[in-house]
Structure formats: structure tokens, C-alpha cells
Design a protein around this ligand. Structure first.
Ligand code: DAH
Length: 339
């Protein structure tokens, strides 16, 4: 029986050393040293030995058990370490590999200019007002003193949604909304989107304007000129002057167009300003007393000025963008230049 035990031990040592996975090792463990194992069988068979041999054989079996338990536990450590190293290797990260580049977004040039214009006027005490993109004829035309036969109302200029519902063609609508809901003194700007049936290098069917309205006692045309000049210098630098030319708008009297010195050539004349040295930037004027009276503001007491700037135009001048359509095509190659 001793020899048999030796053989079993021999076999167990070999198999334990050959086993490769933890799972197989555990199976060997129960086969050799567990409750129903080979070694336990030897223990059971002790009773078949002569009495005097039993204690010694018992000791031998126990020793064999201890030995196997130790070999198994050593092997277990080895296998675990190997498995651990294997996982480490499989999940290893190559720190020298170049990282994946994450694209960083940036503000659209119109948003940038919009915010800059807004900030400039806020710093001069203006509040920001908002109107609606979808308007009625009253706010877009009637209240702005625009006659029924005015060409601007034409279907070919204005996008009508229904008879009396349209996409606003100008942020001047916000002047009316503010005068309806606020008493003077009023000092607001209203940047926003406008819509007109126009599409070429300097016009887009959806575009952006910024309206300004100031109503108070004793406001003058000189205040208007002054604020425009300050704004233009803040926006384009000290060398850029502004000027106003007589013009006509139904809701202002007198009315003017605002020009600035061509930011491209500094006034010498170039292809951007078509040789004029000046660029058009918007309209302005003293609020027509008719408009004030219709909205219940006493035109004997209060005077106002208003102006409207093309935000897209300012962006084009500021960033030297030759075609307005570039601003709306969402071509990343173009937009990335402003990040
Ligand atoms: N709303 C005019 C336009 O879209 C621009 C304008 C002119 C606005 C004179 C004004 C103004 O506030 O006083 O052409």
C-alpha cells in the first residue's frame, strides 16, 4: 500500500506541475486531497492494515496530504501570477501612441460679433430687448408708419405666412413692442434675425440686425451721431470714422444712412468699397413723432432716435469676409478660421 501511495504521490506531483489553469488545478486538488480524494481513500484503507502498521501509515498519508497541499498552493500562486500578467499584457496601454484628437468647437463669427456689439452698447447703458421672428403687419409696417402701398410690403420682399402674419423684415418691430410696453425713458438695443426674399453676395434671406431705440426728453440728432461714432471706434478702432447721409425711412424724420470709413483701404477707395472709401452699415434717424403719438407717447415731451445695423455686415467688415453666403453655409473649413 505504501508503494501505491508513492505512485499516487508521484502522479499527483507531475499532474500538478503540468496543470495550466486555476480551474484545472482546483479539480486536481479535489481529486487528490479533497474529501472524496485518493488520499482519503488511503486513510479509509488503513483499517485493512495490521494494527502496528496503522499509526505509521497514517502519518505517511498525512504527510503526503500536507506535501500535496503545499505543492498545490504554490502552483496556485504561480498560475494566478501568470494569469494576472497575461491580463496585464492584454489590457496594456501603449503610452507612446498618439492620442485621438478631439475637435474643439468655436463660436460662429456672427455670434462673436453679435456679442461684441451687445457688450459695447451695454457698456453705454443700453438694455437688451427681444421681439419675435414671426410678426404681424401692424408691428412690421403699420406702426412703423409704412404706407399700405410701400414696396417693402411686397410679396417679393416679405415672406408672408398668412394674410397678416409674416417673418419680420427688420428688428424695428422691437421698437414698437417696447414702446407698447414701456414708458420713456427708453434705451434699448434689440439684436435679432430678420427675413427678406433676397439672396446674393451681400444679401441673405435670413440675416441679422441690431436695432437701437432711445427715447427721453431733450434727445438730439447730435446724441445719435455721437453714439454711432463711439460705437464704430469701439468696434473697428480709432481710425474708423462714421458719417451719416440723408435718406428716407417711414418711421424716422429726419432719416439717415450710416456709413463708416472703409475698413479695408482706410478711405482711399478699393474694390470692397467700390472706390467710394465708405461702407454702408445701417439706417438711423429721429423717431417720427407720428410713431410716438400712435403708441401713446407724448411727442411734445419726448424725443427719440433709432438706428439699425446689419450684424452680418459688421462681421463681414471685421473679418474681411467677401461673400455673405459664407456665413450661412456651415462649411467647417471656413468656420474653423474663427476658433
Ligand atoms: N429697419 C431699417 C432697415 O431694415 C433700418 C433702420 C433705419 C432702422 C432707420 C432704424 C432707423 O431704427 O431709425 O432697413
Amino acid at each position: 500500500m505504501k508503494k501505491e501511495l508513492e505512485k499516487t504521490l508521484e502522479l499527483a506531483r507531475e499532474e500538478i506541475l503540468e496543470v495550466l489553469t486555476h480551474h484545472d488545478l482546483m479539480q486536481l486538488k479535489s481529486r487528490f486531497v479533497g474529501k472524496k480524494s485518493v488520499l482519503n481513500n488511503f486513510m479509509k484503507k488503513i483499517s485493512t492494515l495490521p494494527k502496528e502498521e496503522r499509526p505509521l501509515f497514517g502519518q505517511i498519508v498525512n504527510k503526503a496530504k500536507e506535501e500535496l497541499a503545499e505543492i498545490i498552493s504554490n502552483r496556485e500562486k504561480e498560475i494566478k501570477e501568470k494569469e494576472y500578467n497575461r491580463t496585464l499584457q492584454a489590457e496594456s496601454i501603449d503610452l507612446t501612441m498618439p492620442g485621438r484628437k478631439r475637435e474643439q468647437g468655436s463660436l460662429h463669427p456672427i455670434t462673436k460679433v453679435w456679442r461684441e456689439i451687445e457688450d459695447n452698447f451695454i457698456s453705454m447703458g443700453f438694455e437688451v430687448a427681444e421681439g419675435f421672428d414671426i410678426e404681424d403687419e401692424f408691428h412690421n409696417f403699420d406702426a412703423l408708419n409704412t404706407p399700405h402701398d410701400h414696396p417693402a410690403r411686397d410679396l417679393s420682399d416679405t415672406f408672408y405666412i398668412e394674410d397678416d402674419v409674416l417673418l419680420r423684415t427688420q428688428t424695428s418691430t422691437v421698437q414698437i413692442r417696447i414702446m407698447e410696453s414701456h414708458k420713456p425713458p427708453i434705451k434699448i438695443i434689440a439684436p435679432g434675425r430678420c427675413y427678406r426674399n433676397d439672396n446674393d453676395a451681400s444679401h441673405s434671406p435670413a440675416f441679422h440686425q441690431m436695432e437701437a431705440l432711445v427715447i427721453d426728453e431733450g434727445v438730439t440728432f447730435a446724441d445719435l451721431k455721437d453714439i454711432l461714432n463711439i460705437f464704430v471706434k469701439k468696434m473697428f478702432g480709432d481710425k474708423i470714422e462714421s458719417r451719416i447721409r440723408p435718406h428716407f425711412f417711414p418711421f424716422t424724420e429726419p432719416s439717415a444712412e450710416i456709413d463708416i470709413v472703409c475698413v479695408n483701404c482706410g478711405g482711399k477707395g478699393c474694390n470692397v468699397c467700390k472706390g467710394q472709401g465708405w461702407l454702408e452699415m445701417g439706417g438711423a434717424g429721429m423717431v417720427d413723432p407720428n410713431v410716438l403719438d400712435k403708441l401713446g407717447i407724448d411727442s411734445e415731451k419726448y424725443v427719440g432716435y433709432a438706428f439699425g445695423l446689419g450684424i452680418d455686415r459688421v462681421a463681414m467688415l471685421k473679418y474681411k469676409i467677401p461673400d455673405m453666403r459664407l456665413l450661412f453655409e456651415n462649411d467647417l473649413r471656413f468656420l474653423k478660421q474663427f476658433s
